[in-house]
Write a protein that binds this ligand. Structure first.
Ligand code: TXA
Ligand code: MG
Length: 334
């Protein structure tokens, strides 16, 4: 299959909408990362997403809507008051809510769960596409499973060339990390995946919010993941990453780097001085992280020593992605 990369203008958005209605896949920009879309009410179309990404069948998709009127067809009953408050505060934007699902949502979208994840993106191209398609769009991030999420159309092409007919190019994504996933089906809202809408922002609207154990810790073998996506390694560069923490982290990173054979690199968020060593320094961690993880691959880096970041604000989302990129390898330098 030939994959066309198109500037996202009105004509190409109309074409993309027609492809979606015909059950095909289209990649499109959102404010968080690029999504790989299919008609969310067409189970066969949603199934193609799993094939194109190589995604495990038990990892459910997010349904994207353009307006609140699209919500009633996807969920069972009415949103609870705390969900309403969060929607008012953060939609459209980088927040996904988990609701009890309606019978209309195919099992391919929810991977057999009785809940559905819904998000109203703010990106104008995403919104125009959903409106033109006249159906909610099921979309995971448009990367091959296990690769960092794409924040540019070129990243999508790297992963999806030959697998989908069309990529809408809307430039680089503003947030750079996926949406905050919040489960509002329990007594208290619970963050299943941190993102651009921070815990502090959520708590400013609805009071105390729980952070799921799986956000920063590896799930124990045999335990049930509340968000199936948390089980998987994800976001991983090909090189082996270790996160180095503690008061002596910078010295220890320098020592480990010098001891490593082969092509090593340092992922730095601070201004620590690493001399002439090979350093990838992130000035805007959330926005640049995924692009830098891809760059490490391109540069053939085999061993990566990463600094950690404080887990307040958007730092929680950065650490969540880093921990997965490092397959939870953490080295504490006391
Ligand atoms: O920002 C984003 O959310 C991007 C853009 C394209 O909107 N999408 C995205 O999708 O990151 P994906 O598939 O890569 O991540 C969806 C996450 C997964 O961790 C999945 O397990 C979780 O949401 N999820 C989906 N449905 C769920 C459900 N019913 N219950 C719990 N978790 C769910
Ligand atoms: Mg993803």
């Amino acid at each position: 299959m030939h994959t066309e990369l198109c500037h996202a203008d009105d004509a190409s958005i109309r074409r993309a909408a027609a492809l979606l209605r015909a059950g095909e896949l289209v990649a499109f920009p959102t404010e968080t990362v690029y999504g790989l879309g299919a008609d969310a009410l067409n189970g066969g179309a949603a199934a193609r997403i799993f094939a194109a990404k190589g995604r495990p069948a038990d990892n459910p998709l997010i349904a994207h809507i353009a307006g609140e009127s699209d919500l009633s067809g996807l969920i069972a009953g009415e949103p609870v008051p705390c969900a309403r408050a969060l929607m008012r505060a953060f939609w459209p934007g980088p927040m996904t809510l988990i609701f009890p699902k309606s019978a209309r949502v195919p099992r391919e979208v929810t991977a057999g769960l009785d809940t559905v994840a819904v998000r109203m993106p703010s990106h104008p191209v995403a919104r125009a596409l959903i409106s033109a398609a006249q159906t909610p769009i099921a979309a995971p991030s448009a990367n091959r499973s296990g690769r960092p999420s794409p924040t540019t159309a070129a990243h999508v092409l790297e992963d999806m060339d030959g697998r989908i007919p069309l990529i809408l190019d809307g430039g680089p994504c503003e947030v750079g990390l996926e949406s905050t996933v919040v489960d509002v089906t329990g007594a208290r809202p619970r963050i299943l995946r941190p993102g651009g809408v921070t815990r502090e922002m959520l708590e400013g609207v609805v009071g105390a919010v729980d952070v799921d154990e799986g956000v920063l810790h590896q799930l124990q073998a045999g335990s049930q993941a509340r968000s199936p996506g948390m089980k998987y390694k994800h976001y991983a560069p090909r090189g082996e990453m270790t996160i180095v923490t503690g008061p002596r982290a910078a010295q220890e990173i320098a020592r480990l780097y010098d001891a490593a054979g082969g092509r090593a690199a340092i992922l730095a968020f601070s201004q620590a001085d690493y001399g002439a060593r090979r350093v990838y320094r992130l000035k805007n961690a959330p926005g640049e992280l995924f692009a830098v993880l891809r760059q490490l691959d391109e540069d053939g880096v085999e061993t990566i020593y990463a600094e950690d970041v404080p887990t307040n604000g958007v730092g929680l989302a950065v650490m969540n992605r880093l921990m997965r990129a490092a397959a939870f390898r953490v080295h504490n330098a006391e």
